[in-house]
Design a binder for this molecule. Structure first.
Ligand code: ZN
Length: 362
C-alpha cells in the first residue's frame, strides 16, 4: 500500500488524488488517513479511534482536519471555499501534527477555484496534506491531477473487505464474511451493512423462516402475527420520527401535514418489507445453488451454510424453486397493498408445504 508505507515513514506527499467509482470508500479512507496522521496512539497504520484527536475528527470538530464538499443547488466548490481553506492552512497548527484538507467530489470545482487551488499545489504549505476525492478525474484540470499522487480505488475482492472489517472494525470473522459477500466489493456498502440495526434485522428475518421450517402449524401462525406486529410497530415509530423531523424543520402545526407524514412512513415500511423479502429470496437462492452445485459453491449466506446444505439435501429442486416463487408472489401482493398478514400467511404456508418439517402440512 502506497499510503500506509508513506504514513509509517512519515513521508506524506503534499497532495493525493483518490480516484475511483462511487461507493468504494475513497472518502472513508481519506478520513481514516486524516485520523491516523493526527492520532495520539496509532496502531499498525490505523487510528486508535479513542484518543481526543480521533474523536474530534469523528465529530467533525478537529481544527486541523477540514472537509470541503460541493455546496448549493449547483453542488459546486467555489473560490470562496478555497480562500477559506487557505486561511485555515495559514494558521498555526492547532493541536495536530498535520493539517489535512479533504476535497469531496473535487471535480465539482469552478474554474476560478481550480486555479486558486493549483497555485496552492505549486507552493504547498508545510505539513499540509490535501486529498482530492473524485469519481471523475477526467473532469479535473490536468495540471491539478499531475500535481497529485494518484491512488486508484477498485472494487475489492470479498476477502479484502472481510479483512478490513475484522481488522479495522473488530467484527467477528463469520459476520465479516457474510457482510463482505453482500457488499459487492464496495467498502461503503459494507459499512452500511455493518450498522447493528441492519445485521440485527437480517438475523431476525432469517429467524422467521428458519423457525417456520422447523415448527408446526400453530408456530407458523404465531410467526405471522409476530411479523405483522413488528411492522405495525415500525410504522408507528416511523410516524413519530418523521413528525419530529418535520417539527424541527419548522412545520409548526404537524397536524396539517398528517397525510404527508403517513405517506412517508408507509412507504418506508413498504421498503423494509421488500428488504425482508429480498433477504429471504437470497437465502432460498443459496439453498438452490447448493442443490445444483454442491457445498463448494460460493453463497451469500455463508453463516447458514450448514443448515442450507442440510435442507437442500433433503428437498427437491422444484420444492426450493417454489419457495423462491412464493417470495416473488408475496412481493407482488405487497406492492398491490393486499392485507399484509394474509400475504404472510399464504407465503409461510407455501414455504412450509414445500420445505418444512414433513407432515406439518399435507
Ligand atoms: Zn487516536
Amino acid at each position: 500500500m502506497i499510503l500506509s508505507d508513506a504514513v509509517d515513514k512519515g513521508r506524506m506527499a503534499n497532495a493525493y488524488l483518490f480516484s475511483g467509482a462511487d461507493g468504494l470508500g475513497k472518502k472513508f479512507i481519506a478520513v481514516q488517513l486524516a485520523k491516523t496522521l493526527n492520532c495520539q496512539s496509532p496502531r499498525d497504520g490505523s487510528p486508535c479511534e479513542e484518543c481526543e484527536s480521533c474523536r474530534k475528527v469523528n465529530s467533525g470538530s478537529h481544527p486541523d482536519v477540514l472537509v470541503i464538499s460541493p455546496k448549493g443547488k449547483e453542488r459546486i466548490i467555489n473560490v470562496a471555499m478555497i480562500g477559506e481553506m487557505l486561511q485555515r492552512v495559514s494558521r498555526k497548527s492547532y493541536e495536530g501534527r498535520y493539517k489535512i484538507i479533504i476535497f469531496d467530489d473535487a471535480h465539482r470545482m469552478r474554474e476560478s477555484a481550480s486555479s486558486k487551488l493549483l497555485k496552492t499545489l505549486e507552493e504547498p504549505p508545510p505539513r499540509t496534506v490535501m486529498i482530492l476525492v473524485t469519481s471523475r478525474p477526467d473532469k479535473m484540470l490536468p495540471t491539478i491531477v499531475s500535481r497529485c499522487q494518484t491512488v486508484n480505488f477498485y472494487l475489492l475482492p470479498d476477502k479484502e473487505i472481510e479483512d478490513f472489517l475484522v481488522r479495522s472494525k473488530k467484527i467477528p470473522f463469520e459476520e465479516a464474511r457474510v457482510i463482505a459477500s453482500f457488499a459487492g466489493g464496495r467498502v461503503s456498502e459494507s459499512l452500511k451493512l455493518l450498522s447493528d440495526e441492519t445485521v440485527r434485522r437480517r438475523n431476525s428475518y432469517l429467524n422467521y423462516i428458519q423457525s417456520a421450517i422447523k415448527g408446526d402449524l400453530a408456530g407458523l401462525f404465531n410467526i405471522v402475527s409476530g411479523i405483522d406486529a413488528e411492522f405495525k410497530e415500525l410504522l408507528d415509530r416511523n410516524m413519530e420520527d418523521i413528525k419530529r423531523e418535520k417539527e424541527t424543520e419548522g412545520y409548526e402545526n404537524a397536524k396539517e401535514i398528517k397525510e404527508l407524514i403517513e405517506a412517508e412512513a408507509f412507504s418506508s415500511v413498504q421498503y423494509e418489507k421488500e428488504e425482508m423479502l429480498l433477504i429471504w429470496q437470497v437465502w432460498f437462492r443459496d439453498m438452490l445453488l447448493i442443490k445444483e452445485c454442491g457445498t463448494a459453491v460460493d453463497i451469500m449466506n455463508k453463516d447458514s451454510k450448514e443448515m442450507l446444505a442440510h435442507l437442500s439435501a433433503e428437498r427437491g429442486f422444484d420444492e426450493i424453486l417454489n419457495c423462491i416463487k412464493a417470495v416473488e408472489h408475496a412481493r407482488d401482493m405487497i406492492r398491490f397493498n393486499i392485507n399484509f398478514q394474509l400475504v404472510m400467511e399464504e407465503f409461510f404456508i407455501e414455504v412450509v408445504k414445500n420445505i418444512g418439517r414433513k407432515g406439518v402440512l399435507t
